[in-house]
Design a protein around this ligand. Structure first.
Ligand SMILES: Nc1nc2[nH]c(S[C@@H](C(=O)O)c3ccccc3)nc2c(=O)[nH]1
Length: 272
């Protein structure tokens, strides 16, 4: 709690904590939560500034997860982490009720791949006055990668994010606490993704905090020809590029390595 985007002066590492059953090898439920808490504490130890908890895999083609199933996954983990650490917790969800219960359970921020488009979502974030990340997605996870098409991907993404930002401001959310995110891999071709990465300065020019999430994504596999478990170097490269542009939040699986890479970025900027 008490987390704000307005105090960010250097790229912050957001450690990914997936609490979807397919993200754990074991079948045991309680082991899952112990695993999740241990994983969160390890990422904090490694230097993560925020832990991003998600209960619904937004894998293209993934089956939708019910609200009760998502709640059963994330609420106990938020409570368990909150009982052991004051680390800012970002809740990665698009469901209004999951947002509300997650904030009651101790989440510090909402991360919504659907940019608060669900009924009542803006009102919940406004009520709790917490930071929020609005992400661009073309279409929905089930079909978004079938044939992503844009007139001008950068202009389209910026226009969407500015429209969602305005909706949030109209709904009583403090604009200074709204981060914008181009949504790598969410309805984009490889070319669209790298064009958007190059356009990070343009997104930053909108004056809002910017969140970048490229870690282990297919845009990295496309250029390295490596499977998801062998994308550490390319993920760190992408994080370095984004941080060097000036992104505020970098969402990653590999916290230890990314923290070191961002120290090199910071050191380089120190001697500008
Ligand atoms: N703000 C923000 N939230 C996010 N949540 C995710 S889920 C994604 C992943 O690869 O982690 C993913 C996509 C498809 C399947 C599984 C996992 N990606 C982002 C992002 O890029 N930005």
């Amino acid at each position: 709690m008490g987390f704000s985007l307005t105090t960010i002066t250097s790229p912050q590492v957001m450690g990914i904590l997936n609490v979807t059953p397919d993200s754990f090898s074991d079948g045991g439920v309680n082991l899952t939560y112990d695993n999740a808490v241990e994983s969160a504490l390890r990422m904090i130890e490694q230097g993560a500034h925020i832990i991003d908890i998600g209960g619904e895999s937004t894998r293209p083609g993934a089956q939708a997860v019910s609200e009760s199933e998502e709640l059963d996954r994330v609420i106990p983990v938020i409570e368990a982490i909150r009982a052991r650490s004051d680390v800012p917790i970002s809740l990665d969800t698009s469901k209004t009720q999951v947002m509300r219960e997650g904030l009651v359970a101790g989440a510090s921020m909402i991360n919504d791949v659907n940019a608060l488009r669900a009924d009542g979502a803006i009102a919940v974030v406004a009520e709790y006055q917490v930071p929020v990340c609005l992400m661009h997605m073309q279409g929905q996870p089930r079909t978004m990668q079938q044939n992503p098409t844009y007139v001008d991907v950068v202009a389209d993404v910026k226009a969407f994010l500015q429209e969602r930002l305005q909706a949030c401001v109209n709904g009583g959310i403090n604009s200074a606490e709204v981060a914008l995110d181009p949504g790598f891999g969410f309805g984009k071709s490889v070319a669209h993704n790298y064009t958007l990465l190059n356009a990070t300065p343009e997104l930053l020019a909108l004056g809002q905090p910017v969140l970048i999430g490229i870690s282990r994504k297919s845009m990295l596999g496309a250029v390295t020809d490596k499977p998801v478990e062998q994308r550490l170097a390319s993920s760190v490269a992408a994080a370095t590029i984004a941080a060097n542009f000036g992104a505020h939040l970098i969402r990653v699986h590999d916290v230890d390595e990314t923290v070191d890479a961002l120290k090199v970025v910071a050191a380089t900027k120190n001697y500008q």
